[in-house]
Design a binder for this molecule. Structure first.
Ligand code: DQA
Length: 146
């Protein structure tokens, strides 16, 4: 069966390219979407890429994976919710599909509050510090695990 990867992005990632380019790079959110689509297509898979600034909406999208059984893996850049959201970690285990956590920046080389992730303990793997290329690696691995 064709792998279908759901790529989820948390708050402020819609402003990539404008937002602190020295930290997050010059690429736009549209470029992230493109990298994901290309990485999936290269493996004969499909990627659906979404972004929200509303945590409730993100949780609903994860619940949809349970309800509709429509995705074989989740790639997620939870952005700031990485460091704050027990609700997100709780939701991510419910669908029982592999989860790959991705960050554009190397969160471990930054402020101490970014060193802890509620998502990492429920993820199959974590990719951080490779900019938008990290999304390509994450989608590729998500296909392997699908
Ligand atoms: C981020 C890192 C987070 O600490 C931050 O809150 C973000 C983006 C990253 O992709 O490097 O919004 O997840």
């Amino acid at each position: 069966m064709k792998a279908r990867i759901l790529v989820l992005n948390g708050p402020n990632l819609n402003l990539l390219g404008v937002r602190q380019p020295e930290v997050y790079g010059e690429y736009s959110y549209a470029d992230v979407v493109d990298v994901c689509h290309r990485a999936a297509a290269a493996r004969g898979a499909e990627a659906e890429v979404r972004q929200t600034n509303d945590e409730a909406e993100l949780l609903e999208w994860i619940h949809d994976v349970v309800r509709d059984k429509n995705f074989s893996a989740i790639v997620i850049n939870p952005a700031a919710w990485t460091h704050t959201s027990v609700a997100l970690a709780d939701a991510l285990v419910i669908p029982e599909v592999p989860v790959i956590e991705v960050h554009l920046s190397n969160v471990h080389a930054r402020e101490a509050f970014r060193h802890h992730s509620y998502v990492s303990p429920v993820a199959s793997g974590v990719i951080a510090g490779f900019g938008i290329a990290g999304y390509g690696y994450a989608v590729d691995r998500a296909v392997d695990l699908s």
